[in-house]
Write a protein that binds this ligand. Sequence first.
Ligand code: PA5
Length: 437
Amino acid sequence: MKKSWLQYDDANMRRDQVGKTGVSTAEWTRIVPQLRAAKQAILQLDRTKTQGFLSLPKDAETVKNCEARAAQTRKRFSDLIVLGIGGSDLGARAIHHALSHVRKGMCVHFAGSSTDPGQLLRILNEVNLKKTCVNVVSKSGGTLEPMSAFLILRDRLKTQIGKRFAEHVIATTDPLDGVLRQIAIQEGYATLPIPKNVGGRFSVLSACGLFPAAAMGVDIASLLRGGREIADAFRGESSSVNAPSRYAGLHVIASRKRGQRIQVVMPYSASLGEFAKWVRQLVAESLGKKQTRSGRSVFEGVTPIAAVGPEDQHSQLQLYAEGPFDKTVTAIGVASTGRDMMVPRAAGLPDAVNRFSGHSLSSLLTIEREATMESLRRVHRPNGTIQIQSLDERSLGGLFQFYEIAVAMMGELLDVNAYDQPGVELSKRIMKEAMMG
Ligand code: PA5
């Protein structure tokens, strides 16, 4: 991998920079063999196809299918409504938000993540259903929120379009099983698969994220290329050097040895706010587990906070700097924003505002990020920075894969199953009872 486009600077996670709250050299040395074992375990899951997320970026076939389907959809429709929740929603949303400056395709709307009628009504007010395609995304096919939204849209499509309504639906779901697959077959929808061995929150680089991305005019081959370069680096580099592995090792030490169980992810980019929410789900749902893989009670987990800089510098930074010593902060910096604006001189106005003059907005963003991280360092708050060269398809694909690897590594180190979510089931059972009764 050419390292210049994605780097992880972990200096401020370490003791020589932040003092006793940081990771010591001895602690780091002790965890390196565990990192190696964790990497081998993940590679084994990949080789045996038990978990598929690491190989998704190699799947050229899916790129081809998603591009072809998106091209057809774009020709016929102006709008796409994507219905999904959790892992079937947040990745595509993150792409939509992050790449608004490059997308040039369909107008994409997101619903199905809430049963608040306002979410769907707002979209229905904006679109003409005759020119709208619905992409219902659910691996299981049985999820309340997207499927109830789908039933409403299906009904409206049937009323407005008549018999050929099925041509307006694309179902992204399990390749063989589940109720959505069954409905798709019964009613004749086009379908795209979410591989069986890829869980919802690890599925952004499958058709789940790629089809909406292609429809919005994003270069999905480059998205996968970025993911592939990060996956290849993970395979090829030593674990003590590899960026997501270092991230995992340092954060597990921070959590276990220092009680720093809150991980703030704070991109300094307004476009990466939804990406931070995607990370939040990945970390929370993968690592929050009551028992180890062998069944010992541990009540493990780290609490992710999705922040955005510099907005949250004036909102949450006070807590990060002076509150409990229970957090780490990771900034994501974008070296070159591409588009930029200069702050002009304003003759006659006081120096207090004129000192901002002559700076570009992007250089101010960098100053703000570096100042935040330095201020945290000075008050002994461990922090790190992931730096990407520019916000484009390749770096976004790389960021997705970076966090998927880091979280899988943390799962191994903490000895929890990062790929299931039994804690969500109880609420689902209670909802089912409430609906029946
Ligand atoms: O990560 C996960 O597995 C979950 O967040 C699921 O993606 C979410 O519950 C939606 O599930 P489904 O795709 O089956 O509708």
